[in-house]
Design a protein around this ligand. Structure first.
Ligand code: ZN
Length: 218
């Protein structure tokens, strides 16, 4: 499972600035040709006007074209990445034979990489330890990231309900059990209680409505 978190301005710093010739932006290595204007992006706040939020997401989506492509599925701590030039993302003058593969939407690299760095490095392993607070996939701020992040919003609301007095009212000091297995059973029971409570509230509201309608009819 992947973690998805918003990057507050103080967190959105580059932890490792450069990884084998690839600039690291918001926790992910990017092509050496990533345009300067896309290197430091700030996500529009949720209460910003819609046009501003769309523009912000577009910028992150454009930058994602320069992110190092994955080689296989990432795990929670490791991602195998490939040279963007070898994958046909950007052209690189160091690899003239591959120029025809390059995506025309992405800038061509002027090359000049020392051996084994930048576009010349075929594969590399990117690990969560390099950027523990920023590590996440899909890439931060992109349309795909936002879709997953919104799902997390729904999960957080459910947690809030489990802890609220209106719900089961879970408290930190309440647990006398240890171990994932036992706690899973407790949480499962709380989720059932929470859902029964919601069903009860809806049913009661329906019942009251029915009665009121009945009274009016009488
Ligand atoms: Zn290059």
């Amino acid at each position: 499972m992947w973690v998805h978190f918003d990057l507050k301005s103080h967190k959105a710093e580059t932890h490792v600035a450069d990884y084998h010739g690839y600039p690291v932006l918001d926790g992910w290595p990017h092509s050496p040709v990533t345009p300067t204007a896309l290197r430091q992006l700030t996500r529009a706040p949720l209460n910003a006007p819609l046009a501003e939020r769309i523009a912000s997401r577009d910028a992150f989506d454009r930058r994602a074209l320069y992110a190092l492509p994955l080689n296989g599925r990432p795990t929670t701590t490791l991602a195998r990445l490939q040279s963007p030039a070898l994958r046909g993302r950007n052209g690189c003058l160091d690899l003239p034979d591959l120029l025809h593969l390059a995506d025309p939407a992405v800038r061509t690299c002027r090359g000049g990489h020392p051996p084994g760095t930048g576009c010349l490095r075929e594969n590399l392993t990117w690990s969560s330890s390099k950027s523990p607070r920023l590590w996440q996939w899909p890439l931060y701020g992109t349309t795909e990231w936002e879709r997953v992040y919104n799902q997390r919003g729904a999960v957080e609301r459910s947690y809030a309900h489990l802890k609220s007095a209106a719900g089961p009212g879970l408290r930190r000091d309440e647990f006398r059990l240890r171990g994932l297995g036992k706690l899973t059973v407790v949480i499962l029971a709380d989720v059932i209680a929470s859902n029964l409570g919601k069903i009860y509230n809806v049913a009661t509201a329906d019942h009251e409505l029915h009665h009121r309608q009945h009274d009016w009819a009488a």
